[in-house]
Ligand binder design. Structure first.
Ligand code: MF3
Ligand code: CO
Ligand code: CO
Length: 254
């Protein structure tokens, strides 16, 4: 399957959905405090997304029960909102994918819960840096493999594990489109980026080993095999004639 080139009208729709996804992450900040459950965050997210005339792409997706993914501490991704109660010192990832007027926008970020350890702080900084390093490789003619090549180079130098069991992906007209965007790859491999392509970069970086295991009790929650911390940041990226636009970077943090 070829990588879709989006029309100007489609790009406009994907941009609007992406901006709503970013606003949802911002809105949820106030609720990421000790004592709140991940179920409560799910409820606040669902209300916010629906109030803006949109739907959550994750709710009901292959049986997933959350309007968002909530992934604390050693959870790498796809944490299912539930009874887990946030506590001081936790790190939490929230991943939101919106469907607005048929178009998909996908983004995630990390939230510190109160004061967090120096080790956790540096993991968050390095993971954010991995996403920005990936974004620098986004321009017409460049190959997708160079995203993962540079992320891997940086993370390995810091002694961190780059998760290879989950990838970024084309997004926009559907939740998951071509291509797969690996976060560890060989230099100058993969297809070439072209203006009008929209896809995510979403590196998951572990303090310890890169490997994950899926919790058999829900079939979704991916945890690090060594129970060490994991972090993730994600943006939806558009390739433009001259470079890229990070459609979910509404607050210009990257
Ligand atoms: N938003 C996630 C991603 O970045 C996918 C979540 S799928 C779910 O690709 F089913 F776990 F919600
Ligand atoms: Co994604
Ligand atoms: Co996502």
């Amino acid at each position: 399957m070829a990588i879709k080139i989006k029309s100007a009208e489609q790009i406009d729709g994907i941009r609007k959905s992406s901006q709503l996804a970013a606003k949802t992450l911002k809105y949820l900040e106030q609720f990421v405090v000790p004592g709140n459950t991940t179920q409560y965050l799910h409820e606040r997210a669902l209300e916010f997304i629906n109030d803006h005339g949109a739907k959550s792409a994750t709710l009901g997706y292959k049986g997933f029960t959350g309007a968002i993914c909530t992934s604390p501490n050693d959870v790498v991704c796809h944490g299912v909102p539930g009874k887990y109660e946030l506590k001081e010192g936790d790190i939490l990832n929230i991943d939101v994918t919106t469907i607005l007027n048929k178009y998909f926008g996908d983004t995630c970020k990390m939230y510190p819960v109160g004061e967090i350890s120096e080790e956790a702080k540096s993991l968050l900084e390095h993971t954010k840096k991995c996403l920005s390093i990936g974004m620098k490789q986004c321009f017409p003619g460049n190959r997708f493999g160079n995203i993962g090549f540079h992320i891997k180079e940086y993370a390995q130098e810091k002694g961190l594990g780059v998760v290879y069991e989950f990838c970024g992906h084309g997004v926009g007209l559907r939740f998951h489109e071509q291509p797969e965007v690996p976060h560890t790859a060989d230099k100058n491999t993969g297809k070439r980026m072209r203006p009008g392509m929209t896809f995510t970069i979403e590196p998951m970086i572990n303090l310890g080993k890169a490997r994950c295991k899926i919790d058999p009790s829900d079939g979704w929650t991916a945890r690090t095999i060594d129970s060490q911390l994991s972090a993730q940041y994600e943006h939806t990226i558009l390739i433009t004639e001259t470079g890229h636009e990070a459609l979910t970077d509404l607050y210009g943090e990257f």
